[in-house]
Design a protein around this ligand. Structure first.
Ligand code: ADE
Ligand code: ZN
Length: 339
């Protein structure tokens, strides 16, 4: 008897490399935190809030996402948010995560930087000791804010540097090209941070070139629109530059019109190093297993292709070579023992 696809995917060891902690704030927790902190939400109920989750583009989502984050006030709130995410993915054989947080979303509202970081880090440490999930935390700049604000955030991060594995760039893409952050990324790299950036989600292929050439990223978040430029695809293949794709996010934000038109399979066939991730699972209808399932079913992926995607998640991570090899062996062992 062969294991059904969902069970196979759920048990397959994998890493998540594109996850915004604020995007894992489930409606139920949002309401509980609103009550705990006496924050008023413009929704009467959880159902009412869920009904508002219908987006035509990235900005419509971001408006809700930043409003939702306003319930996060205390260190305990950031801990509760982060541990809830880790518990969810622990049940999906996710063994390693590299997660984003957006400090400016909170410091702009007067929440001290250290409250945010301490709450998240406490949960990540517990994730390691209790759930066996290793993690890296990526500090992401909001690209709709100024270069000056990003420099100030990099400065604020200094006392907490040991907690940050890298620097990212997210929020409203179109009109906020990577070039806007060339100097602050140069400073971050000079301080020793590896860097990544969202590029080519809604923005053009040109933004992917800028992320590579000006920001000198070691991974592209999304990158869907590279397919509009053959020379760019060839380069990404040659450099084996990882792309962190987010299929359910793409569907919910109308980056694609149907899961059947998701570029994941075409990208695999062209030799791109792609990974599947959930982006903002509380808003887009699913965590890792759901993203793998939706993609595998819509694109009729073979088990070998699904296994390759799981391996790619470790190969694209910031784990050491030895840790990567150990995880690839775990994937192979799982496949060997799962009919
Ligand atoms: N912040 C949270 N999710 C995002 C996404 N998909 N694109 C850009 N910024 C984001
Ligand atoms: Zn994202």
């Amino acid at each position: 008897m062969t294991t059904d696809l969902r069970t196979f995917i759920n048990g397959l060891p994998k890493a998540e490399l594109h996850l915004h902690l604020e995007g894992s704030l489930e409606p139920e927790l949002m309401f509980a935190l609103a009550a705990r902190n006496a924050v008023e939400l413009p929704y009467a109920s959880v159902e009412d809030l869920k009904a508002a989750y219908s987006f035509n583009n990235l900005q419509e989502f971001l408006d809700l996402y930043y409003a939702g984050a306003s319930v996060l006030i205390t260190e305990q709130d950031f801990y509760d948010l982060t541990i809830a995410y880790l518990e969810k993915v622990a049940a999906e054989a996710v063994t390693h995560v590299e997660v984003f947080f957006d400090p400016q979303t909170h410091t702009e509202r007067g929440i001290p930087f250290k409250i945010v970081v301490n709450g998240i880090v406490r949960a990540l440490e517990e994730g390691k000791s209790r759930l066996g999930i290793t993690s890296f935390l990526i500090l992401s700049f909001l690209r709709h804010l100024s270069e000056e604000a990003a420099f100030a955030t990099l400065e604020e991060a200094r006392p907490f540097k040991k907690h940050f594995a890298g620097i990212g760039l997210d929020s409203s893409e179109v009109g906020n090209p990577p070039s806007k952050f060339e100097r602050v990324f140069a400073k971050a790299r000079a301080e020793g941070y590896p860097v990544v950036a969202h590029a080519g989600e809604e923005g053009p292929a040109e933004y992917i070139y800028e992320a590579l050439d000006l920001l000198k990223v070691c991974r592209i978040d999304h990158g869907n629109r590279c397919l509009e430029d053959d020379a760019l695809v060839d380069r990404l293949v040659k450099e084996q530059m990882p792309l962190t794709l987010c299929p359910l996010s793409n569907l919910e934000l109308c980056v694609i019109d149907d899961m059947k038109n998701h570029p994941a399979k075409q990208m695999l066939e062209r030799g791109l190093l792609i990974t599947l991730n959930s982006d903002d699972p509380a808003y887009f209808g699913g965590y890792m297993t759901d993203n793998f399932m939706a993609t595998a079913e819509a694109l009729d992926l073979s088990r070998a292709e699904i296994v390759q995607l799981a391996k790619n998640s470790f190969l694209s991570s910031w784990l050491s070579i030895e840790e990567k090899k150990a995880m690839l062996r775990k994937v192979d062992a799982y496949v060997a023992e799962t009919p």
